[in-house]
Each structure stands twice: as C-alpha cells, then as structure tokens.
Design a protein around this ligand. Sequence first.
Ligand code: NOJ
Length: 545
Amino acid sequence: MTAAINRTPLASDDDWWRSAVVYQVYVRSFADANGDGVGDLQGIRERLPYLRELGVDALWLTPFFTSPQIDGGYDVADYRDVDPMFGTLADFDAMITDAHALGLRIIVDLVPNHTSSAHPWFRAALAARPGSAERERYLFADGKGEQGELPPNDWESIFGGPAWTRVADGQWYLHLFDPAQPDLNWRHPEVRAEFEDVLRFWLDRGVDGFRIDVAHGMIKAEGLPDVGFNSMTTGRRQSELLGKGRLPYFDQDEVHDIYRAWRPILDSYPGGRMAVAEAWAETPQRLARYIGPDELHQAFSFDFLDATWSADSFRKVIDTALAESTIVGAPTTWVLSNHDRQRHVTRYGDGEVGLRRARAAALLMLALPGCAYLYQGEELGLPEVLDLPDELRQDPAFLRTGESRDGCRVPIPWSGELAPYGFSPEGCELSWLPAPATWRALSVAAQTGVPGSTLELYRAALRIRHEHPALAGTAGAVTWLEAGPGVLAFRRSAGDTVLTCAVNVSGAEVVIDGYGRPIVASAELTEQGGGHLLPVDAAAWFERR
Ligand code: NOJ
C-alpha cells in the first residue's frame, strides 16, 4: 500500500483550488450508514479516512437538500436544509468538521436556475393569479394560438419535449429540464437576494466552494424568441447546440452580472472560498468569460467527456483547454467522468480494453496542470451498468428520451461477497439501484493493497502528483514531445527535474527511451535496450533529475 499523503490539515492556501484533485461524491450512491439503501451524509463522514488515504484534496457533494428527488436532488424545495433521506444539518456540520480536520475541503452543489415545483415559491405561484407578484419569480407566460393552447415559444427541455407546461388557469411556465423544475426569473430582485443569502448560509457553515448547476442558464433572452427548430418540427434537438452554438436560453451576457455580485460574497470569507461553473458556451472564449477575478474561479472543461481514444483527439482537447486557461489566467479543470455521462471505462470500449484505457487516461489527466475532478468509483475502474432493468431507472430524461444516466449512478462497492458490497450496513441487501455481481472483485477492500489494482494506481498517482516538484501546484507548463505516431507524450519540469507522461494510443507496443526512469505505469513495463516497452493502451510517468 502507498504511504498516506503528507499534508497538514487544511493548509491555509487561498489558491488551493488551482491544482486540487476534487472527488465528486454522488451522495445517494456513495455510502449508506442508516441501512435504507440510499447513501447519506453520515455514510460520507464514515468514509472520509478512505478519501484522505486516496489522496484527494476536496469533495464535491451533489445536492443533498430537501427535495422530492425527481431529478436526483437537482430539484430543490428548501435550499437551507438537508433532505431527511440524507440526514440532518447536524450531520452536515459533523461531516464538514471531520473533513476539515482531515485536510479535506467541501464543495456543495448550488442549483440556482430552477427550483423544485414543491418549493414554497412555486406553490404560491400556482395558487396565485396570472400577473401576480408570486408568478413574477418564475417565467410564466401566455400561450400562442387562439385560446393560448400552444406554448409561448419553441423552446425544448434538455430532457426532451417542450420546455413549457400549462397550468389550470391556462398560463404556461418554463422548465428547461423536468416540469418539476420550474425556471426562476433571475431578473427579479427577490430571486437574486435569496440566492445571495443561500450562499452566505452555506459559507457560514464552512463550505469551501460551490459547484454552480446550469451556470449558463439563469438569464433568458428578452422577449423569449424562438430558436427556429426543435425535435418536434425538424427532428433536430436543440440540445445538440450545447457547447457548440447559441441558444436564447443559455449563455446570455447578462448572466455575468450575477457572478459579479457573487464574487465579493465569496471573497469576504477567509480561506479561499471558490465556485466552479457547470457552463456550456459556444466557444472557449465565451466559456472563459465565466472565470476571472471578478466572476467564478473555474468552469468545467467538459471536452474530455467527448474525446475519443486517439492521440489527435486528446491533444486537441488538452490544447484547447490550456489555451482557454491562458485567456483568463485561471487554471484548467479536467473531467473524465461525472454523474451525467457514461463512465469512461465503457466509453473507451468497456471490458478489459475499456479498463486498460481508462487507467491510462487517468495518468494522462493527473499529469496535467490545473484541477482534476474525479467521479466516485473511477478509482475502482467501475464501468457503466448497461443492463439495469427499465423499471428501476429513475432518471427523468429516460421516459422522455429513452436515454438514462442511471448506469453511472449505481452505489459503489466497498467490501464483502454480497451486493450491495458494503455500501449499506451488514444485512441490508437492497440498494436503490442494484450493483452487478462483477463488482465484488472491484470493491475497495478487494483492491486495497493489491499491486497493480486500479485503486492502488490512483493512490500512487495522486501521491506523486502532490509530491513531485514538476507536478505539484500549478508548476511546470506542458511541453509536447515527438514520440512517434500514436504516442502522446509531454513533459513538465521544475528546475532540472523533468517528468514525462507518455500514453500509447497507437494500437501496438512502443519503445519509450530517453525520458528517464518510470515512476508509475498503468500496465507493466518491460525493459528493452536502454528504454522500456509501453504496452498497448497504457500510460506511464518517467522521471529525470
Ligand atoms: C446538470 C446536472 O449535472 C444534472 O444532473 C441535472 O439533471 C441538470 N443540471 C439539471 O439541474
């Protein structure tokens, strides 16, 4: 087993987020302490030592606030309380106290674009008349057609179907996601004041940062103009433009006023409180506008999620993200998997091939400068669960589009011989989604201390990333090397110490020579001549001092 990372609890560095490794906890599926088959805050608290030992710097917790759970908690009914399913505010306080004592920072998810339809504001809006003050906090509008029977415009929900739902008195309300997630009217001063207060509520409780959900969505173009096409009219979904084109409901210039108001609030607290945007914009330049000293600290760079297993594709993603970060002088963020996308083991081919490639991709990502976001279970090499029975799927998009994100949200395996493999206490057999039998061999206990396991690979890589002068902090720009076709290689250095990361995407073994001694590898290397044979779909870090 690798040695624990040598860090003082909560080192007081306001710039910690620039090079942090953040571990995404999908709260429902991380650890269940009370035996109801659903993960909870106490479960996270009990597993903090595991995360410290793994070597991450911070946790991002997906929404655990009071919610009917129509969209896995991204439908919040009370922004200042914990859903009983996950525990209590006291559990949160105990968890964050323990996390900080272990040197782990906590980022919480803020969902400002929409509330739950069970939020008191929306209930009041439904009970009130068209044109009332209560309706002003959301986006209610009259329909088109003679009787107002047609939606106010052609906007489409990201989950499929129209983005408008009609209420009993004939008006329509906007929901860019599920009908149970009505969009707020961010031109309303009460909405702005409310979220500034919610920020302070969690900052006062000690959170180190926020992940801002749909950060590009809060402002809609004046007059709510049509897009001009949608899947009902042309068969083409508007969401295809996410990250590629302009939509009147995303990335409007006015949204930046909101972040300019938030930043002084974050800065007024000690210890480097940060915010990361889940934002989609047409160009890297427009995405970069969310980041900076007067707005947010980071915006996820999602391009890795779409990269294919090829040197060109990876190189393009990395160059684009690095260029983006130089535009604003803020660090890049890297993401290989999250709770919305198929796990990368499966994206890269599933089975043995997928796992081999996923392990190599982890070494590629962790050698890059900036901040890396890990999704729970990737350190175990978990694949997507592709064969969940339809009746167990809970993703609201499933019914509308047939696409479901449940396969990456299955509770992770900790130990033992029987499902759910230590996710719940002994004797509890039913987790909210069932883990496949193959996950017994992938549990934390099954991989701990096993040389070559994916878990030990992550531990080793994270330890080196923290301690190695060429990788630590934001030091060491990326210099690409010519290493032959299908080999992606770059180096980073600190003084005379050089670290080279080489990834073999060529489809054949390659000899790597001249980069020094290997210090970690995703597959076994063999010496050949003065160099090393790097197997197919493998990556390694080499060091020269
Ligand atoms: C992005 C979140 O990551 C996703 O899970 C959620 O469904 C939507 N935003 C809506 O809140």
